[in-house]
Design a protein around this ligand. Structure first.
Ligand SMILES: [Zn+2]
Length: 731
């Protein structure tokens, strides 16, 4: 490991915009081997510098200059005649000391130039050590305060190598006043800066009495956990800040002196009242990153949580992002729950399974849905009959349907076939207010076709209070969709116990575990991406034919409501994707031609949901673990329609390969093979893969993305336009 810290910056001499290579050493000499390696590395990648500036302790600067002057030309990696070599001393107060030219043209180093090269060094260190921790697209951070943000500054990252710690220490030397008794740091991870500064100072002045270095443990310390005994004789170092609030509070509440509270690294827009050693706002690499760290949200309002990003917690100094383990989940035919498999066996291939637009803020279909009207003629009829024979009270006086076609048809069927003869036609939930107060003397049957959270039943339950009071109620539900989320478990309880006197009955004919809406659906993001392509200022420059094709697809997405087909793009030759042969998740006999896109999507949604929250959940996203769908899954299930269902039913992080080098490369290789055969059956899902990539649902590392897109050479113009859209993401 090198004993030198080196970085590039620019200077105004020997000519304007000169390239300077700064070499910092806290030692008595410049280690010869380290210097040689450093010059070889640096010049290999950055070309010759105009000036080579050694920054060393002022009390050894002259000696170092002499020694460097004695080196023969063959020991330098720079041409001595044209490169300025100069040794610059820093004083025990961290200021500019003597300047000792060694060889080459003259360079001017005054206080301004010295301050600027020092500031550049801090920024460079910050950049090199990734001080701004920005996780993958699928994660963001929860601060100890509970606030969520996209990124944060982590000073502990920066303090890895001795010479670099010494460099940071040099920048605080000016604040080591002789009367200091304490150096207090906000986190013990930056204690090393305090100790290094003391050590540097003692290399100038062995009699310097070292202050005690303590950690006050951040906010808990300020809020009473730490006793600042000598506030006026304490120097505080704050590792990083985006607001300056901690510095202000220390001055206000703990009586510390304003110029003795230093922020090492800050990304602070305006900070006239706090001292920031390295304010990255001035660095063009970071000036636009400010919102990433300063935009903090409470959990309910967090836009990142809403789009499915995982919130990574950190505790004290321990940031858990480092610990994220990426695990590819290989999916096989066994990964479906028995109950789901049985359900699909009963109701597949009937055109009953699809998606609809349910959430108010959705711009396209976003919710799985069973159309119970299509279940007529199946075993569902027997279940209705059995349930009515067993649960339909002889005293039933009113039948209410949940106000949708499926509920209405089911209610009518029950009224006609199983209800007591004096019961009138079922009433729609929206007409309950027209029934007179206390006019229902008997039991009430509430019929719903397919429900999710059951919110509609709760509101029916409320609306029944006036006309039916505490009359016994039976809720008959055709298909109840559950999610793994615990709050949905309470539905039955809420309905059963909504009466004070006696329990109501809840009868479920079919139950199924399906994912709940978790951020915008694949069709919503597709619609948005397509809109982006045809906007006048998109820069995509599609001709009229392509614009029409894109607009047609947007129309098709808008027409998917209550649909069971056309969820996926057709193969490039126009053939709709269809199931080809045996489907690993289905048992028994069926004709693949009868299988709808909805059937396949439903099946894959059940499989993924089982992997997320079933008995042995593997497809999880936690602070430590990023489970994703292993690329080999797309090799194993090579029917375009099944691949498309995985692409559409997955949640965003589950197709994110960008955090795992091997997985990204493997997925790219697979995609390249598929794209290569875009005009053959193996490539039938080409457009679906492209859309997934273009929407950022499937993510690869930039180079892998570009590599696989090459497979599309010679494809039709629309595919090439989508390829263009994907390629932009690699930058
Ligand atoms: Zn969040």
């Amino acid at each position: 490991m090198s004993r030198l810290f080196a970085y590039r910056t620019t200077g105004k001499t020997p000519q304007p915009d000169s390239k300077w290579l700064i070499v910092f050493s806290p030692q008595v000499t410049i280690p010869q081997g380290d210097l040689y390696d450093l010059l070889t590395d640096d010049i290999g990648s950055n070309l010759q510098p105009d000036a080579l500036v050694f920054v060393v302790r002022d009390n050894v600067a002259a000696a170092i200059a002499t020694k460097l002057g004695e080196l023969g030309p063959e020991e330098w990696r720079v041409p001595l005649g044209t490169t300025a070599v100069v040794v610059v001393g820093f004083t025990q107060m961290g200021a500019l000391g003597g300047v000792h030219p060694v060889s080459g043209p003259d360079v001017t180093i005054d206080d301004g130039a010295f301050a600027s090269l020092r500031d550049h060094g801090l920024c460079e260190l910050f950049h090199r050590r990734d001080g701004l921790v920005r996780p993958s697209e699928t994660t963001h951070f929860v601060h100890p305060s509970g606030k969520h943000s996209k990124a944060f500054i982590r000073a502990a990252n920066l303090l890895v190598l001795g010479p670099e710690v010494m460099f940071v220490a040099m920048t605080i030397l000016g604040h080591l006043a002789p009367d200091l008794e304490y150096i207090c740091v906000d986190t013990s991870s930056i204690s090393s800066v305090g100790h290094a500064a003391i050590q540097l100072r003692q290399l100038f002045d062995p009699s310097y009495v070292a202050p005690m270095v303590n950690s006050f443990s951040s906010w808990p310390g300020i809020n009473g956990g730490y006793d600042f005994t000598q506030p006026k004789r304490t120097l505080v170092l704050i590792s990083a800040s985006t607001s300056g609030n901690m510095a202000r509070e220390l001055v206000k509440r703990k009586m510390l002196l304003k110029d003795r509270v230093l922020i090492l690294f800050g990304l602070i827009q305006s900070s006239p009242d706090v001292t920031v050693l390295c304010n990255l706002v001035a660095d063009p690499r970071y000036s636009d990153k400010l919102p990433l760290v300063t935009e903090e949200y409470r959990e309910p309002d967090c836009p990142m949580c809403k789009t499915g990003s995982t919130a990574v917690h950190f505790v004290g100094d321990q940031f858990l992002a480092d610990a994220i383990q990426h695990v590819g989940i290989k999916i096989t035919g066994r990964d479906i729950e028995d109950d789901s498999k049985a359900f699909l066996g009963r109701y597949r291939c009937r055109g009953a399974l699809g998606l609809r637009q349910q959430s108010n803020n959705a711009t396209a279909i976003d919710s799985y849905f069973v159309d119970v009207t299509k279940l007529k003629g199946s075993v569902f009829d027997d279940r209705v009959k059995a349930a009515c024979n067993r649960h339909l009270a002889a005293s039933t006086k009113l039948i209410v349907n949940a106000d949708d076609p499926g509920s209405a048809q089911l209610a009518l069927e029950i009224a006609d076939n199983y209800a007591p003869e004096d019961v009138s036609k079922p009433v729609s939930a929206k007409d309950l207010s027209k029934i007179g107060v206390d006019s229902v003397h008997g039991s009430v049957l509430i019929v719903a076709g397919c429900i999710g959270s059951g919110g509609c039943l709760q509101s029916i339950s409320r609306d029944l209070r006036d006309p039916a009071g505490d009359a016994p109620r039976t809720y008959l539900i055709g298909v109840a969709k559950h999610t793994q989320h615990p709050r949905h478990g309470s539905l039955r309880g809420d309905l059963v116990y909504s009466s004070t006197d006696h329990k109501h009955a809840v009868v479920l004919l079919e139950e199924l575990t399906l994912p709940e809406r978790h951020g915008p659906s694949a069709w919503e993001v597709e619609r948005e991406a397509l809109n982006g392509l045809v906007e006048p200022d998109s820069g995509a420059d599609l001709g009229p034919d392509l614009i029409k094709a894109v607009l047609d697809r947007i129309d098709a997405i808008d027409g998917l409501q209550d649909s069971v087909n056309s969820f996926f793009w057709a193969a490039p030759d126009g053939t709709p994707l269809g199931l080809r042969k045996t489907f690993a998740f289905w048992d028994g006999e069926y004709d693949p031609a009868d299988a709808s896109h909805g059937d396949i999507l439903f099946t894959i949604a059940c499989v993924l949901e089982n992997l997320r929250g079933g008995r042995s959940p593997r497809l999880r996203q936690t602070a430590f673990y990023h489970g994703f769908i292993a690329p080999s899954t797309f090799g194993r299930f090579n029917d375009g329609v099944i691949q498309s269902a995985f692409l559409r039913a997955a949640m965003p992080g589950e197709l994110d390969y960008s955090g795992d080098e091997d997985a990204s490369r493997e997925m790219a290789r697979l995609l390249k093979r598929i794209f290569n055969e875009w005009d053959r059956p193996r490539g039938e899902a080409t457009v679906e893969f492209l859309i997934s990539l273009m929407c950022g649902r499937m993510r690869l590392k930039g180079a892998d993305l570009l590599d696989c897109l090459q497979g599309l050479d010679g494809a039709p113009p629309l595919i090439l336009a989508f390829r263009e859209g994907c390629a932009k993401l690699s930058q």
